[in-house]
Ligand binder design. Structure first.
Ligand code: ATP
Ligand code: MG
Length: 256
């Protein structure tokens, strides 16, 4: 059975997609069978996995509308070593089209159940909103990985996310939990980041992953080559950190 994790944070630009593609590639490097689901109409995880979102025959949109199975819609992200269920702008329409449909928040969960045995990990890159798309991710998942920058407002946003996760846990998906908070784009020279990092550890304890992802320009450059940093430049500091994070994840799942 696959471990299914959402990479979520309703704040924009906090490193969700960077974490999704690099964790997927890192796990693949460790020999894990991975499916990455792009649940964001921006399609950044798709493009960042060397899959052209404009030429896909099927995407996660067709899966949510029950017009294709995951097996039909997934493609191999050859350069990256994992399978990809891609997304493009079409997905923005799903929100409206699903509104009056039955079991609308459980579409992804149902679809993924059919491929559960084919993977060790299924990772879901969520959009920057607590929308019906994100809700589909949260209902399908066993847990949530929350990437965050150690800034003042990050803590405020975290409260909203934790409350949403609690509500989904109580009403829709009793297995859902926060797997951990991942500190990303970290710069230890900035005192405020150290302080917020200490606050996080004080408040959330071992829910804060040990691995810290540094701010690293190679990670930011990699998407322009349509690759995860881990594949584009495995020796970069940021890439090494993501491989270390993949290792930490393989350890953490043993404790779940
Ligand atoms: P959105 O909310 O729009 O989906 P996101 O949360 O997925 O955004 P990313 O796209 O992963 O965030 O990252 C935002 C920007 O920060 C990108 O330009 C990315 O390349 C850059 N970035 C992410 N992580 C790092 C890092 N560790 N070091 C340097 N740049 C980074
Ligand atoms: Mg993103």
């Amino acid at each position: 059975m696959a471990h299914i994790f959402c990479i979520a944070n309703q704040k924009g630009g906090v490193g969700k997609t960077t974490t999704s593609v690099n964790l997927a590639a890192g796990l693949a490097t460790l020999g894990q069978r991975v499916l990455l689901v792009d649940l964001d109409p921006q399609g950044n995880a798709t493009m960042g996995s060397n899959v052209d979102k404009r030429t896909l025959a099927h995407t996660v949109y067709d899966v949510l509308l029950e017009q294709a199975s995951v097996a039909q819609a997934k493609v191999r992200a050859d350069a990256c070593g994992y399978d990809m269920l891609g997304a493009n702008r079409e997905l923005a329409g799903a929100e409206v089209e699903l509104v009056d449909q039955e079991r609308r928040e459980n579409r992804l969960k149902t679809a993924l159940a059919a491929v559960d045995g084919d993977y060790d990990f299924i990772l879901i890159d969520c959009p920057p909103a607590l929308s019906l798309l994100t809700l589909n991710g949260l209902c399908a998942a066993h847990g949530v990985i929350v990437p965050m920058q150690c800034e003042y407002f990050a803590l405020e946003g975290l409260t909203d996310l934790v409350n949403t996760i609690k509500q989904v846990h109580a009403n829709l998906n009793p297995q859902l939990k926060v797997i951990g908070l991942l500190r990303v784009m970290f710069d230890p020279r900035i005192t405020l980041q150290q302080q917020v990092s200490d606050q996080l550890k004080g408040h959330f304890g071992d829910k804060v992953f040990n691995t810290v992802i540094p701010r690293n320009v190679r990670l930011a450059e990699a998407p322009s080559y349509a690759l995860p940093g881990v594949v584009f430049d495995p020796s970069a500091r940021g890439s090494k950190a993501y491989i270390e994070f993949a290792q930490e994840m393989t350890e953490r799942i043993k404790t779940l």
